[in-house]
Ligand binder design. Structure first.
Ligand code: PMP
Length: 455
């Protein structure tokens, strides 16, 4: 017998009813489950603000999981497009039927991608996009191994998790067929030379040595985020990315760039890899910003040669909801709006102001060791005892960082926090005054961190 409360309209449960159900029935995954009981219950949102059941306002300071790029107020054009798709045709299975929206979204994304990237597949999440892309790279090349980097996040499914770097430590899973390389981080390669060119050269030699040692003919693809996000916005020198592309060309290895977090304007370019002019991937995956989180959808795009191969051969990977018409309609409407409103131009114009605030945080708060910032994509490193760049694991929460995070929320910010890295990535529609206001709140929380860490 189902509780009659379930037949009441949404919005009619009391906060106590909600809290009781959360406590007994809801699970969280990235923290011990009981953490759920201290999460705010968000009732509604507007622009870049969210409101909880006590009426408290929060600024969306990391675009949730770096995905609500267009904020929280959808234009009537977007909601109408979604309603129309729902009313006309909410679902057909992509393996047995084609739709106009699938044709249109595929061609739009192909137009937005440089080079010869064409074929598009639309799974439901970034993990699945990477899962499919890894399967395709192996099938296309006939090679078994995937090379990725320690400071990375590629997803939670079998292959995307196996490609993931230090986050994977929490899972005792078999990841044979995956090889990990060290990222180019200046602090790690600081022994390699005075100037950046020498350090880049050293990192590339090490990468090539590793590939030769593994057997270059066994490596299907190199998978990397153009700017590793969860690992802390680790921009790389242009020469390093050019070098990785050259190694791929030399050994006929596919370059798979994971644009799940950076894609669709986060860095002030449509694609994160466009910050490295001339470096073109063979495979691109993206998600999050594709629909700005209005619906769960991701994409995989591949180059023409791979496309020709898969015209004759199956990918051998699929999911029921790939190419979901309603999700594709949401993505298409959001994307056309991003383009017509020149949202990426806006990101470029506010990026220097954002970076100035990031720099200021690192300058005035002794608890902050360093900052990195590009577009509306920033990270602050909490000072480590040995002064080295911290790893983004979520094991490092201490009393000090817990108090900091309480203050962060008390001061009206809602966002991801995985000590020892503080992510700042507001919705791309944020304006200059709102950036100022967000950082004023951020400073108040960092004052608490300074004090807690004894500075
Ligand atoms: N790749 C990157 C770079 C990501 O940041 C993420 C998610 N944070 C993923 C893949 C996985 O995407 P999803 O959570 O949608 O499966």
């Amino acid at each position: 017998q189902v509780d009659p409360k379930h037949f009441q309209p949404l919005g009619s449960w009391s906060t106590e009813d909600i809290k009781d159900a959360v406590s007994s029935h809801v699970m969280c995954t990235w923290s011990p489950g009981k953490a759920k009981n201290s999460l705010p219950i968000i009732t509604h949102a507007n622009h870049i603000y969210l409101y909880d059941s006590d009426g408290k306002e929060y600024m969306d300071w990391t675009s949730q999981a770096v995905c609500t790029n267009a904020g929280h107020s959808l234009s009537p054009r977007v909601t109408t497009a979604i309603h129309e798709q729902m009313n006309n045709l909410h679902f057909v299975y992509g393996g047995i039927a084609m739709t106009e929206i699938r044709a249109r979204l595929s061609s739009l994304i192909s137009e937005l991608l440089p080079g010869d990237l064409v074929g598009c597949l639309f799974p439901s999440s970034g993990s699945e996009a990477n899962e499919a892309a890894i399967a395709m790279a192996r099938r296309f090349t006939g090679r078994p191994k995937i090379l990725s980097f320690y400071r990375s996040y590629h997803g939670g499914t079998k292959n995307s998790l196996s490609a993931t770097g230090d986050y994977r430590r929490h899972f005792q899973q078999d990841s044979s067929g995956f090889v990990k390389a060290f990222n180019f981080t200046p602090s790690f390669f600081e022994h390699a030379g005075e100037d950046e060119a020498e350090r880049v050269q050293s990192a590339l030699l090490m990468l090539e040595e590793q590939i030769i040692s593994e057997g270059a003919e066994t490596i299907a693809s190199i998978v990397l985020e153009s700017i590793p996000g969860s690992a802390g916005v680790l921009t790389m020198p242009h020469a390093y990315m050019q070098g990785v592309r050259a190694i791929c060309d030399k050994y006929s290895i596919l370059l798979h760039i994971d644009e799940v977090m950076c894609g669709f304007g986060r860095t002030g370019e449509m694609w994160g890899f466009q910050n490295y002019p001339g470096v073109l991937p063979d495979i691109v995956t993206s998600a999050k910003g594709l629909s700005a989180s209005v619906a769960p959808i991701s994409f995989v795009a591949i180059n023409e040669k791979m496309m020709e191969f898969f015209e004759e051969n199956p990918v051998g990977w699929g999911s029921t909801f790939q190419g979901h018409p309603v999700a594709m309609a949401a993505a298409y409407a959001i994307l056309t709006e991003v383009l017509t409103s020149n949202l990426i131009g806006h990101v470029k114009s506010v990026a220097p102001i954002f970076e100035e605030h990031m720099r200021h945080c690192a300058e005035v708060h002794p608890s902050i060791l360093n900052y990195r910032s590009i577009g509306l994509y920033g990270a602050l490193d909490i000072a480590t005892p040995d002064g080295r760049q911290p790893h983004a694991t979520h094991e490092a929460r201490t009393t000090a960082t817990t108090r900091y995070f309480d203050s962060f929320r008390e001061n009206g910010l809602l966002g991801l926090f995985r000590a020892p890295i503080i992510h700042i990535a507001p919705p791309l529609i944020i304006n200059e005054e709102e950036i100022q206001e967000g950082f004023a709140r951020q400073h108040r929380a960092l004052d608490v961190l300074d004090e807690e860490l004894g500075f």
